[in-house]
Every structure is written in C-alpha cells, then in structure tokens.
Design a binder for this molecule. Structure first.
Ligand code: KG4
Ligand code: ZN
Length: 341
C-alpha cells in the first residue's frame, strides 16, 4: 500500500433498514452517499421485520456500491481508495452480515485494508462533516435503537455515562406515533404534528437511579393512558397537542440529563447525533443549552442524522489515522456497545 495524498474510504452501512454505500475523502468530505431505504416495506408491519430487511439488503447492496463508486469517480479502487469500511454492530445480525460481507469481500478483491466500524461511533462522526470536534466532548446519541450520553475524553474514545433503561428516544416517538395512528417511523410526522399543537398536557419525565440514565417507557404508558381514558369517555383528543406535549417531555428529559452531565464532566464541546437529532425542538433546546454553558456545539446535519454510510466513512477515517484495521475473519457483533464509565 503506497501513501496517498487524499485518503478515500469506501464505506458500507446495513445495520437496520437502510442499505448504503459511500465514498468519503479524508473523513470529512462526502464524494458520494447512496442510501436505499426499505421503510415502505416495513410500514405495513409497524416496524422492521429482520428477515425482510436482510433480503432487501442483499438485493440492494451491489447497486448502491456501484452507484457510490460511479458518483465518486472511482474507476480503479485499488489505486484510488485507501481502505474499505463497514458497520459490524450494533444492529440486526442478518442485516449487518450483508454490509460486512460486502465490505470484507471488496477489501480482499482489491487488496485494501479493512476497517470495522461501530454504528454508534458512525452517528457521532456525522458531526465531522460540519467541523472538527474539540475535546473533551460530550456526545448525545439519540436514535431508534439507542439513547446514550457518551463521554469522549479524546478523539475516537467513547465511554457511556448514561443510557436508556427501556425504550430508545426514537422508539418512544415511533410507539407513541403508533398510538396516535401514524405509520412507522413516526418521528418526523410527530414533529410536524407537535408544531401545530400546544404542549398543554403534563406527561411526566422518569427519574432514574443513575442521574444520567434515561427511561421513556413510563412516558409512553402515560400517553397510552391519556388516549384510552379519553376513548372510554368518548372524548375527542387533540392529537397535535398530545404530540407537542410528548415531544416536550422527551426533549426535556434529554436536556435535563445532558445538563447534569455537563455540570459534572465539564466538556468543551457538545455533539448531537442519531436519527432523533433531526428533531427541530431538540436541536433548538440543545443549542440553547450549549449557549448557556458556553460550549461549542456540533449537530449532525439533518440529512445525515439518520442511517447512512458516509457517517461510517467518517468514523472509519479515525481508525485509519490510528492504524486500527480489522482482519477479514471479523464477525458481526449485533449487541456491540461502548464500555460504561
Ligand atoms: O438513527 P436512525 O436512522 O436509526 C437507528 O439507528 O435507530 O434513527 C431512526 C429513528 C426513528 O425512531 C425515527 O422515528 C427517529 O429516528 N426520527 C425522529 C425524527 N426523524 C427521525 N424522531 C423525532 N423527530 C424527528 N424529526
Ligand atoms: Zn442508526
């Protein structure tokens, strides 16, 4: 392998219901980012069906790869690329296997080094497309499957200081959306309804034993109780008000825990990533929090908040710089996480 002036990484992401391939230059410039979403296939089931997801990944992976290479003008992968990366966890095993196998095979065929990426590190690294991170940093990772407060003492170092004890933030949006009759995934539509409503219903925020942990299942139950109660009395509910009140409670919970963590850990930088980072109410609240504590803030761009391979390429570049490569015998790790502090 000869040293290249620019390091291009071909990255794969297939942990849930998006099949994606991207070419990322030097960890912060997107040359291509092709995302094939399967959402429509899963909607009729109200959530991701793992078996269906794997089959779709298998159908799409070669097409998104070809397109990602074409769009980035990569015609000679061995000469132009520096490495190949893929998500190896956390996620659905059958889904992860497709992207990981594609990545390892591509690396082997073109004699390129292979880099395994943690999906959560990918979400956090989406911030690198905006500006470089300053350390120590506190990352707020909120997605459909995860809700974590992560302490980053230095680059590419992640320690969990708080996590959800039950539902993830995005999962709560999806479940409450379902109660209100919305399709999966409901986060974006909930946000739109919330914008039309008033947050005039009190839904309680759970208090957890560890100050930095989250719990959203009680919140979901209180929305369910509110809706059932109104049903029994044949009262009409204002769904927009329910959405606004629920969203306010979720945002307040995230901000409350993040603020407590800022006070204890004193980071210089805040990072916001994960699918729920697309939520405008959350973005406004975290911007306000960062201002209050005079912290630098980087939010994942809304277009890169959900699952995509570009963020995996950004995270892979950090491993590339550190010389952290993986063997081609690497397996998936569906319940991969960071260690708890
Ligand atoms: O990160 P992501 O694409 O997939 C996982 O790794 O889980 O996150 C998807 C989640 C879904 O639960 C979806 O409802 C939620 O992100 N989401 C939102 C918004 N956009 C997506 N939640 C609240 N507000 C949004 N605007
Ligand atoms: Zn994700």
């Amino acid at each position: 392998m000869t040293a290249k002036q620019d390091n291009l990484i071909l990255a794969f992401e297939s942990s849930a219901d998006e099949t994606s391939a991207a070419v990322v230059k030097n960890g912060h410039e997107i040359l291509s980012n092709i995302v094939a979403t399967q959402i429509a296939s899963h909607q009729r089931f109200g959530g991701i069906v793992p078996e269906v997801a794997s089959r779709h990944h298998l159908e799409w992976i070669n097409r998104v790869t070809k397109e990602a290479l074409q769009e980035a003008s990569v015609t000679d992968p061995a000469a132009q690329l520096s490495a190949v990366a893929a998500t190896y966890g956390p996620g659905l095993v059958g889904s992860l296997l497709i992207g990981l196998m594609a990545g390892k095979t591509f690396a082997m065929v073109h004699d390129l080094p292979f880099i395994a990426v943690n999906h959560l590190a990918g979400h956090i690294s989406a911030a690198n497309f905006v500006q470089p991170t300053s350390y120590p940093a506190m990352a707020v990772m909120v997605s459909g499957g995860h809700t974590e407060l992560l302490w980053m003492a230095k680059e590419n170092s992640f320690q969990i200081i708080g996590t959800t004890l039950d539902d993830a933030a995005g999962e709560a949006f999806d479940k409450v959306g379902r109660i209100l009759g919305l399709n999966y995934p409901a986060g974006k539509e909930m946000q739109e309804m919330a914008a039309k409503g008033q947050a005039n219903i009190h839904f309680p925020i759970a208090h957890t034993e560890n100050t930095f942990d989250f719990s959203f299942s009680g919140l979901k139950s209180s929305v369910l109780n509110y809706v059932h109660h109104a049903d029994q009395l044949s009262e009409q509910i204002n769904k927009n008000d329910v959405a606004a009140s629920f969203q306010k409670a979720v945002v307040e919970a995230i901000i409350e825990k993040t603020e407590a963590a800022i006070q204890v850990f004193q980071p210089v930088q805040l990072l916001l990533g994960g699918g729920v980072a697309a939520n405008l109410a959350l973005r406004t609240a975290i911007e306000h929090l960062a201002q209050t504590y005079h912290l630098k803030l980087t939010e994942a761009p809304i277009s890169l908040a959900g699952d995509n391979a570009a963020m995996i390429g950004a995270a892979a570049y950090l491993n590339f710089k550190a010389g952290r490569f993986s063997g081609l015998d690497l397996n998936t790790d569906p319940s991969l996480n960071f260690s708890r502090m």
